[in-house]
Design a binder for this molecule. Structure first.
Ligand SMILES: [Fe+2]
Length: 443
């Protein structure tokens, strides 16, 4: 009987010991799995997908535990509270990435994070010289003033090419008209509603399209370059600034790919030979007045749109959570915004950023300042709002269907709404929808 009790006791001890070992092993395995997932940023991704799956309007940041988002870094924005003004937006430190300084991987994560949540990047690229942006804006102010004087005097502008869907040369005012996105914005609170009217009116902005980089022989989107008369340094200045912006866009694409867990060249290899366009816009601040729609509420067709700093405010953007923000680009930075090709290829993980450009009270105040400076210095200035813009594109034949390699970031239901198409088909679809093709009706 005693032996029997001893056996029972030994059995209980063995079982108890085995249970403790199991618990210890299970704890260690859970810890290792957690560490592994954290290292792979998969936890972040899981948390980011939750709101997409539930179709919640709460920004994904609200779901992110602080420790999982921005370990010991200066991404104060990534601490759970969504940005409510431009001052709260993180700035991408491109030098850290280019020189692979400590923290470069976090800069790539920052790029992916900002593109997903905000659709934009504030990009401090040391290669994009501010002085060059200023000289380029001077050139464009002169061009737009000169071309519009001729246009209003009834002269035909030989550099306007509707037969090439305005994808090279000048697009005068009142040609482009945004798609009607009223259904998407009608429920927004007043402060987040677009200021531009619905149904959209024609844009009051002008634009010039100048091809940057080489296209593959016979590419569908390779229209002949158009050079305006009377600007001897045009080609050199346009190419120089255009290459700087494209270089910045290419770096952003590399950082985005790395930040999303892809090969560094996943996007850039698709951009080689793309129909990149330096596409500055110009709006006459004397002929127009407060309330004028310089560019109606829209998104861009491009993969990434890259902007230098403008001399006048007026650009407003919408974040993923539909919050409207007035753009203020910090000195020495570029602004990038995702276009529809980026949205398509990421199956909606990155959304194309809605934006509009209005002649508003801030624009007017900046204009009054410039007029005061003119009066003080006695120097005439051209009073046009120029936006130094470059559209970076995928090569025309690239399939922009949602990439399988990005499946871990996508909501499969949402991703399924993006049909199979090439970058060129996307371009033509959007141009037709915005009155830019020769066969669409103009006002
Ligand atoms: Fe745009």
């Amino acid at each position: 009987m005693q032996i029997c009790q001893q056996d029972q006791y030994i059995k209980y001890r063995r079982e108890g010991f085995a249970a403790i070992v199991c618990i210890l092993l299970l704890t260690a395995a859970t810890y290792n799995l957690h560490t592994y997932l954290s290292q792979r940023s998969l936890l972040n991704i899981t948390y980011q997908i939750i709101p997409m799956l539930t179709q919640s309007s709460v920004p994904p940041t609200a779901y992110l535990p602080h420790s999982e988002v921005a370990p010991a870094h200066d991404h104060t924005l990534l601490q759970g509270k969504p940005a409510e003004s431009f001052d709260e937006m993180p700035i991408v430190d491109v030098k850290t990435f280019l020189e692979r300084l400590p923290g470069w991987e976090l800069e790539c994560e920052k790029v992916a994070f900002c593109l997903h949540n905000y659709g934009i990047l504030i990009f401090r690229d040391p290669r994009a010289n501010e002085q060059e942006n200023e000289e380029y804006i001077d050139l464009m102010e002169k061009y737009f003033k000169n071309a519009s004087d001729k246009y209003y005097a009834g002269e035909r502008l030989s550099e306007a090419k509707p037969e090439y869907h305005f994808q090279v040369g000048v697009t005068p005012e009142k040609i482009e008209r945004a798609r009607n996105h009223y259904e998407k914005v009608k429920h927004l609170p007043e402060e987040d509603k677009p200021s531009s009217p619905f149904p959209p009116t024609v844009d009051m902005k002008w634009r010039y399209m100048w091809k940057i980089g080489e296209r593959p022989a016979g590419a569908d989107d390779d229209f002949p370059q158009v050079l305006p008369e009377g600007f001897p340094d045009w080609e050199e200045k346009m190419n120089s600034w255009g290459q700087k912006l494209l270089q910045a866009g290419t770096t952003a694409a590399q950082m985005a790919a790395l930040g999303m867990g892809l090969d560094e060249h996943a996007f850039t290899k698709r951009m080689e030979g793309g129909a990149h366009l330096l596409a500055p816009t110009g709006s006459d601040l004397v002929r127009n007045e407060v309330g004028a729609t310089l560019a109606g509420f829209h998104y861009d067709i491009a993969f990434l749109t890259i902007h230098g700093k403008s001399r006048y405010p007026g650009l407003q953007i919408w974040l993923r959570n539909w919050k409207k923000l007035a753009v203020k680009i910090p000195k020495g930075c570029l602004l990038m915004q995702a276009g529809s090709s980026f949205e398509h290829i990421t199956g909606g993980y990155v959304l194309s950023g809605y934006h509009e450009v209005m002649y508003n009270e801030d624009t007017k105040r900046a204009l009054e300042n410039v007029k005061e400076q003119m009066a003080l210095s006695g120097k005439e200035r051209i009073l046009w709002r120029v936006s130094s813009t470059l559209f970076s594109h995928f090569r025309g034949e690239v399939d922009i269907s949602p990439m399988r390699e990005l499946a871990h970031l996508m909501d499969p239901v949402q991703a399924g709404t993006y049909k199979r198409m090439t970058a060129f088909e996307k371009l033509m679809e959007e141009l037709r929808a915005t009155s830019m093709t020769a066969d669409t009706k103009k006002e």
